[in-house]
Design a protein. Structure first.
Length: 297
């Protein structure tokens, strides 16, 4: 009798373990879903989606993907692990009035990817995307507007972190379109992106290293590009137009095949270098010459 009781007890324990493991697995899916008619009490599956990104992220395994079923506003979110939020083709957004839109506070080996996301502060958001820690942040096909403390704030607290931006549109934000620096080292690559009607289009400080290709900085009230501290900015093939100051280079800025036109002041600062193939005499109130001409190789 005692042996049978022990066998039964063992069977119950095994069943409980399998039940726990199955629930844990269900709670951490590699792909989860959100919908405007979802519920955060759901498991975030395609047939039972969650309602917000914050609800879905707790059910998404590290390295997993959150996808969107239909257009909607899915709420601000804090990300603490590797994850992809991909909303391309759904016209989906985060409305972040009074808060940050996306906060990335992840581990040293974590990569966060945001694709197709519109982050709308409606004139009262704080920061659209705020990066505190992680290995890398990728922004692709994103729009960030109406933020009072800047569209993108990428300031790693320690170590080295990378920011990759492709097809990003940052417009109508107070302070900066993109701000990079921090106590750590920020390595930044920007391609085919547009920064309009901010106070400063790009602010690079600290030891940030920024490379820009085929991008536009236009109608920013104070400066299109502002580089200071020990930061470096390389810009190849782009347009800097209609700003207060086109480029302020208090630390190293290198320009190649860039048209700088219709700014109040085209170039300022002692460390703006040209590869000799830029267009500065292009309708600026004051042009100024680059501080150095670099050889092309």
């Amino acid at each position: 009798m005692r042996r049978m009781r022990l066998v039964n007890l063992f069977g119950v324990l095994v069943a409980l373990v399998f039940l726990f493991l199955s629930k844990s697995a269900a709670a951490q899916a590699s792909r989860t879903w959100v919908s405007g008619v979802g519920d955060d009490a759901n498991p975030c599956s395609r047939t039972a989606p969650c309602k917000t990104f914050a609800g879905a992220i707790s059910r998404t395994a590290a390295g997993g993907v959150i996808s969107v079923l239909d257009p909607g506003g899915y709420g601000a979110v804090t990300i603490t692990k590797s994850i992809t939020i991909d909303v391309r083709g759904t016209n989906s957004s985060i409305l972040n009035s009074g808060s940050n839109g996306v906060t990335v506070n992840a581990g040293a080996t974590d990569t966060v990817i945001l694709r197709g996301l519109a982050i709308q502060g409606v004139g009262a958001g704080l920061v659209g995307v705020k990066f505190v820690s992680g290995k890398s942040l990728v922004l692709e096909d994103c729009q960030i507007t109406g933020q009072t403390q800047g569209a993108i704030d990428f300031q790693p607290a320690t170590g080295t972190a990378s920011l990759f931006m492709k097809n990003v549109f940052a417009a109508g934000n107070l302070v900066n379109g993109v701000n990079v620096g921090g106590a750590g080292t920020a390595n930044v690559t920007i391609t085919n992106s547009h920064f309009y009607d901010n106070v400063v289009g790009l602010h690079a400080a600290g030891t940030a290293r920024v490379t820009i290709h085929d991008s536009v900085f236009g109608n920013n009230a104070s400066k299109g590009i502002f580089c200071e501290g020990s930061a470096e900015v390389n810009m190849d093939h782009g347009l800097i137009a209609g700003n207060g100051t086109g480029v302020q280079g208090d630390s190293t800025v290198r320009l190649s095949e860039v048209l700088i036109g219709h700014n109040t002041l085209a170039l300022a600062g002692a460390k703006v270098s040209s590869f000799g193939n830029n267009r500065v005499n292009a309708g600026n109130v004051t042009n100024n010459a680059p501080s150095t001409t670099l050889p092309q190789q």
